[in-house]
Design a protein around this ligand. Structure first.
Ligand code: 1HN
Length: 363
């Protein structure tokens, strides 16, 4: 339809400034496109959104299925050949991208009796959260840490690490890495050590770092300015009883239950600059208040069972199930027995950048 301006200009025979403006704009966009330019005004509201937009879908991976498939992979490839025998937990809305959330990788690793996973290091930080087995170890920065279910182990940026299983049982754990975030910055480096260095020399005893730095005392010369924790393994045996004490003290948050955050014990900061983790206990019959935050979160159930409702979608979970809550989606936890959830997200990275937001009673 001709515009009023166009009609007017037609009437006096001169093309006015608004004559056929749509066609003029399109022609202009085509010309600037040839110079690798584009008009911001066409995309502004979709690049600077009023609220977070996520591709991440809420999802649960049930351990029964996952364990059977991971065990099957043990017959197909050795830990040494694979370097890391890990099945990736791919967010169903982001298949093929090796992501559980937009910034975090999650996978289930298995190491069979007698196997080693050779030493390497990378810029990506990693955490392990032990699901199954007893007595396999991870060696990080010269400390060989033997692991049990519920143990939370960190491998900081550029820390050499290898794994081994001298026990008689397979060990399975959840790996979470920040490499999607590192790759967003296109800042990834890695070193794969040669055969001679498949396993690191150990320079410390098992549990030294937790005893040295996590006991309310510090040895002379302890590092005080690290941007990540000096502790390698936060054991379940130490952390779990604290939740009972919190519950007994009545410290039960209406959304998050009786919860502790894993911290760098020297300065109270997060364990890693890019990832933060928590452990929370929910009493039987807990009906959590809705909450949302900008950090997409990966949860693991270590005890009990329940459901998490994410914007109307109900995720049912039991022991060792892993589930994802996307950024800024309202969620609440419900339990049918006393339950414990481990969780990990990119909250420290967002806080360092000043972009994290959370909302209680989100309605
Ligand atoms: C890695 O180095 C480990 O060291 C586990 O155990 C999972 C996933 C992607 C890239 C590196 C490990 C990994 C990984």
């Amino acid at each position: 339809m001709p515009t009023a301006a166009a009609a007017k200009s037609k009437s006096n025979g001169k093309p006015g400034p608004k004559h056929n403006i749509d066609a003029m704009r399109e022609a202009f966009y085509e010309r600037i496109s040839k110079r690798d330019m584009a008009p911001l005004w066409k995309v502004m509201s979709s690049v600077v959104t009023k609220e977070p937009v996520t591709r991440c879908a809420p999802h649960v991976w049930h351990y029964d299925d996952v364990k059977a498939l991971v065990m099957e992979s043990g017959g197909l490839i050795s830990a040494e050949e694979a370097l890391r025998r890990v099945l990736i937990l791919e967010n169903p809305a982001m298949r093929g991208e090796s992501k559980a959330t937009n910034t975090l990788f999650a996978g289930i690793q298995m190491i069979l009796p007698g196997e080693v996973a050779p030493a390497h290091r990378h810029v990506s930080s990693a955490i392990r959260f032990v699901l199954d087995g007893e007595g396999a170890y991870t060696a990080v920065e010269g400390e060989k840490s033997f692991m049990s279910p519920g143990d939370f182990v960190i491998t900081a940026n550029w820390a050499p690490h290898d794994h081994g299983n001298p026990s008689k049982k397979p060990m399975l754990w959840l790996d979470v890495l920040d490499f999607p975030a590192v790759n967003f910055f296109e800042a990834s480096f890695a070193d794969y050590f040669d055969d001679k260095n498949k396993m690191q020399n150990t320079t410390r005893g098992d549990g030294d770092s937790l005893a040295f730095y996590g006991s309310g005392v510090l040895p002379d010369g302890a590092p005080t300015t690290l941007n990540r924790s000096p502790v390698i393994n936060y054991t379940y045996a130490r952390t779990r009883p604290i939740l009972d004490r919190l519950k007994k003290a009545g410290e039960i948050d209406k959304s998050h239950g009786a919860r502790v955050h894993y911290v760098n014990p020297v300065n109270g900061g997060p364990v890693l600059p890019t990832m933060g983790a928590s452990l929370a206990l929910f009493p039987k019959g807990f009906k959590g208040e809705k909450y949302r935050a900008t950090d997409g979160t990966i949860f693991v159930c270590t005890e009990g069972g329940g459901t998490t409702t994410v914007e109307g979608k109900v995720l049912e979970w039991g022991v060792n199930d892993v589930f994802v809550v996307p950024p800024w989606k309202r969620y609440s936890h419900q339990t049918n027995k006393e339950s414990v959830l481990f969780s990990i997200s990119d909250r420290p990275a967002q806080e360092a950048l000043g972009i994290w937001r959370g909302q209680r009673n989100a309605s």
